[in-house]
Design a binder for this molecule. Structure first.
Ligand code: SF4
Ligand code: SF4
Length: 81
């Protein structure tokens, strides 16, 4: 498994066991943050990733996931609901 949260930067998670090295994510990443390393996709420039989630959508092998944290806000004033 590669990816996750680095210092102050959230990046996609890549399941190397599912990656077929097709290179689609490398070509499609608008930030050029992904590259193939030893035959597997890796986020090589995490500081450039803007977490657009395009790579998750275009990976036909389902090797990339871009989870989001869901924050539940309790006791919000009624006027903000
Ligand atoms: S698109 Fe998916 S299968 Fe293809 S290189 Fe990227 S992570 Fe691997
Ligand atoms: S989330 Fe967007 S910017 Fe980040 S690696 Fe995937 S395609 Fe590139």
């Amino acid at each position: 498994m590669a990816g996750g949260t680095m210092i102050g930067v959230t990046i996609p998670e890549i399941d190397e066991s599912k990656c077929t090295a097709c290179g689609d994510c490398v070509e499609l990443c608008p930030a050029s943050a992904v590259d193939l390393v030893n035959g597997k996709a890796a986020i090589v420039r995490p500081e450039d990733c803007d977490y657009c989630t395009d790579c998750e959508v275009f990976c036909s092998a389902g090797a990339i996931s871009c989870p989001f944290d869901i924050i539940l806000v309790k006791d919000r004033p009624a006027e903000q609901r």
